[in-house]
Design a protein around this ligand. Sequence first.
Ligand code: F6P
Length: 526
Amino acid sequence: MSKLTESPAWRALAEHQRHIEPLQMRDLFAADHGRAKRYSLECGAIYLDYSRHRITDDTLRLLFALARQANTSAWIERMFSGEHVNNSENRAALHVALRADQERFPAAGSNGTPDVMPMVRAARARAYALADTLRGGSIRGATGKPLCHIVNLGVGGSDLGPRLLSRAMRRQSDSSLTLRFAANADPADLDAALTGLDPERTLFIIASKTFTTVETLSNASRARAWLAASLGDAPELSTHFAAVTADEAKAHGWGVPAERIFPMWDWVGGRFSMWSSVGLAAVIAAGPAHFDNLLAGARAMDVHFREAPLERNMPVILALLSVWYSAFFRTQTHALLPYLEDLREFPAWAQQLHMESNGKGVDRDGQPVDYPTSPVIWGSSGTPSQHSFHQLLHQGTRLVPTDFIVPRSSDGDAATQHLLVVNALAQGSALMTGAAAAEPYRVLPGNRPSSTLLIDKLEPHALGQLLALYEHKVVAEAALLNLNPFDQCGVEFGKSVAQSIERGQQTEQLDASTQSLLSRIEPWRH
Ligand code: F6P
């Protein structure tokens, strides 16, 4: 048994869960008319209602005791102070510096981590300058035409973040620019992204922290061939490329002009990097001013995370609720349902954020864990989700804690927004209250927990707050579970096996299933 599951706070919660298990939320509401108000919290543009959860005041007291036992506040401070909280790679995790506006980050005197603000500011200024120049029509391709078709080539954190930002900032974006994304090694992805684009006007952003990711380099080569087929293979083709990477030498060696290479750093994890030049596609589309608002929103949530007491700390509360169900109700998954179509990329971004950060089996001290770590994160935009998987949420045999993200107001027409709100709130209510019926197959058991996050209209400042909220939730959850959320050792082995298969090496050392399958697939068929 690990120290954590044997700890006083953990054992108290395990005992308390047995008391909570049989309670019905609808009875808790009936007995306490102030419940909804008491179990809610506002931070800037976000109002969190966490009353539809299997919790009482005692539950929260015990959960906050777990947070204190885990020194959660100290971990938060360590991250902001530039300590090497990424202990397996001996690195700091300073994605919060990307949106800081203070003179020095980390603050003066913080355990020797150098001030990163000069390089952050310089990189941001260069990215903004490129965006302004391109938006002004002054960046021209090999044939002299202004570049206005932007294609981001990246995967994981080099795709999901910029893709999410570009869609979520659609209404602030310059509609004369076309933005496309290609992530998959499958040529169909890039082919679809290039459909209808003009090679003379297309800029490719090669986004890769390592500049070694096979999918991205394959797509970059195919992109160059697509240009060459139309424009001829001339040195001037390099004007159709930019790169965002931590390995500038590799990007330059590939053929990206030095002035078009934007830095990333090893103290920012890929899944936390969209606030840097990794977000270049969104900076170009929406413009520097709106991107600055996005950064300001994230910065506001940073202040809240760092300064709010645990009991009024939104990321900490979301993290505690996640652990409460995952570890003590043994739920397996957690659903994210943004009732905003411009947040349709949010679940996919949140999947990498949560599951690449906390999908671990060993704690930060290298000890195997004997408790659940990250739940499986999934979801999609509402209302279509209601016509897809809500049946399972309402009547299935599994408890699936759910986050509803709901617009409190919108730029669209009121009727449309009203429809979204009505549906989202109705779903959360029905999940909690359930419904009696004469026929068994019509009975909804209810008592199914959800959080509801009301967000002011989806403008960049509110978007920045929302995304930073979930980044910090993941970091807080790692503190509670004694995990390092900033490495991803589990994804490396699969890549090396793929490389050895591709090179035809040691196939006899592969498992029999892989050998059998390979023998039936060209070009391995013998
Ligand atoms: O999935 C592993 C991973 O390293 C992610 O952490 C990262 O976001 C993605 O691959 C892409 O890596 P890169 O930006 O180096 O191409």
